[in-house]
Design a protein around this ligand. Structure first.
Ligand SMILES: CC(C)(COP(=O)(O)OP(=O)(O)OC[C@H]1O[C@@H](n2cnc3c(N)ncnc32)[C@H](O)[C@@H]1OP(=O)(O)O)[C@@H](O)C(=O)NCCC(=O)NCCS
Length: 455
């Protein structure tokens, strides 16, 4: 990493830290990660986040252990063994006679996290700050000692946080009469996040996110996950609900539960829900302190707009363009060149981070060129690429252009869909034609503009 990239990365961290200091993150950490070699690294990162002023609540997932104890795997259920699980949610039957084992499994899960947190220098408090109630009988199934959250004791959790300690929550809750119930940690994490107005809720497990599926009608942005094919990168809860409505049968049990609970959490005020792979080195840091992240993020609202670039966007523009410039897919520009022509640049801003850019350069009095068009991978297919080009075409008209050209090696079809047509390099204005790099062999595309609308 060169000095400029190090500085840019550190600046990213500082700006995000300013946003998150004093805010609360809730993390449900799955026990499927217990054997993961990097679990202790993940927990050390959690402790560092807390030491930097972010409040943290950990919810200790114990499902894998409990499933093993109860013989409650899908296979066991299919074979008629053990208890049943409702197919649409994250619910299991906890037989009365199994409760002692379940309590022991959840205690182990909490203890494991506390041990790692302590090792990393954190002070922790173990407990359960929720009042539970019985799930009762649903669709004829008696859930026995499975419960749901009735109330979260916000003041008690707040007191632990104020004492700069990390509360580690177990999935056993008690009702008013002191009867213990086993609660889904997915639901528990959501209820705590909602009650405590968490900025972020993380489901940390051994899955990289929600696996993307081919759907005819839904177009969601995706990213490539390590060895796992494509996953959804950021999904609005409306789209997540559509996915659940249309494609429930193609989502696995956990994906459905995570999407359902994530939609509920965001709908009830949690700012962001992240589904990340805790076995991946630095996953939390990447998800929190970079513009992109690696897992699937659910959100209810976000602030996205296209506007003129300002000076402090230059490092972000360079960060976006650099990999494509290095591969020769975009024309190389230095930060100084961008600064000199900054008024030519538009940025696509999402939640105050730059996720796309494009520039318009007048190459003679009546011809403008689209340059440096790029949308960050995690934000493609959201319509911003088209909007950037459309905004540039409006700009071009206002600057008196009657024609816009684009030179591209990779995105000809994208421009064609916007009304551009193939043109010859010789149709470019003379100066630009001379500078045309025959080795890059870009396709030249052009589009005539109508008269400018009055400003
Ligand atoms: C080209 C690019 C800016 C499009 O951004 P985007 O935000 O994903 O675009 P939108 O969401 O507005 O549009 C998506 C549509 O464009 C199509 N599209 C996106 N990239 C494409 C490409 N390289 N070639 C052909 N079509 C493309 C998508 O298939 C989709 O079509 P559909 O809606 O008919 O299914 C983006 O893919 C990118 O940054 N690519 C790398 C850099 C690049 O090639 N820049 C252009 C150099 S001049």
């Amino acid at each position: 990493m060169d000095a400029a990239s190090r500085v840019a990365a550190a600046r990213d961290v500082l700006s995000y830290l300013g946003q998150y200091r004093g805010r609360l993150f809730v993390l449900r950490v799955d026990d499927a990660l217990r054997a993961a070699p990097l679990l202790s690294v993940l927990i050390r990162d959690v402790v560092q986040l807390q030491q930097m002023g972010i409040s943290i609540v950990l919810v200790a997932g114990a499902r894998a252990t409990i499933d093993r104890l109860l013989g409650n795997s899908a296979a066991a259920a299919a074979a008629g063994g053990g208890a049943k699980r409702l197919s649409s949610g994250d619910r299991r039957v906890t037989p009365n006679e199994a409760l002692a084992q379940v309590i022991s499994a959840t205690t182990d899960a909490v203890n494991d996290l506390v041990a790692l947190l302590t090792e990393s220098g954190a002070r922790t408090v173990m407990g359960n700050w929720v009042r539970a109630r019985s799930l009762g009988v649903i669709d004829g199934v008696d859930y026995q000692r499975s419960g749901r959250v009735e109330r979260v004791d916000v003041e008690a959790i707040r007191a632990v946080l104020d004492a700069e300690q990390i509360p580690v929550v177990s999935s056993i809750g008690w009702n008013r009469a002191g009867k213990a119930y086993n609660i889904s940690t997915t639901e528990l994490a959501v209820e705590i996040s909602v009650a405590m107005r968490a900025a972020k809720l993380f489901f940390v497990s051994d899955r990289p996110g929600i696996a993307a599926i081919e759907t005819g009608s839904l177009r969601l942005s995706t990213r490539r996950a390590r060895e796992a094919g494509a996953i959804y990168s950021s999904v609005h809860i409306r789209e997540a609900q559509q996915l659940l409505d249309i494609e429930a049968g193609r989502l696995d049990h956990d994906e459905r539960a995570l999407l359902q609970q994530g939609v509920a959490a965001c709908g009830r005020g949690v700012h962001r829900v992240h589904i990340v792979d805790g076995g991946r080195d630095g996953v939390l840091i990447d998800e929190i302190f970079s513009a992109d992240g690696t897992g699937t993020m659910l959100y209810a609202d976000r602030y996205a707009l296209i506007e003129g670039a300002v000076a402090h966007d230059i490092p972000d523009i360079m960060r976006l363009l650099q990999p494509q410039m290095a591969e020769g897919l975009l024309i190389a520009r230095t930060a100084a060149e961008v600064a000199e022509t900054l008024e030519d640049y538009l940025v696509y801003r999402v939640d105050d981070t730059v996720q796309g850019c494009a520039a318009l350069r007048m190459i003679d009095a009546t011809t403008a060129e689209v340059e440096s068009l790029l949308v960050a991978e995690g934000h493609r297919a959201e319509g911003s690429g088209r909007q950037l080009v459309q905004s540039l075409m409006e700009r071009a008209q206002h600057r008196g252009a009657t024609r816009v050209v684009a030179l591209t090696t990779q995105a000809a079809d994208f421009f064609m869909a916007l009304g551009f047509e193939d043109a010859s390099p010789d149709s470019l204005p003379q100066d630009r034609a001379r500078a045309y790099d025959r080795e890059r062999n870009s396709r030249v595309l052009g589009r005539t503009l109508g008269p400018a609308a009055a400003e």
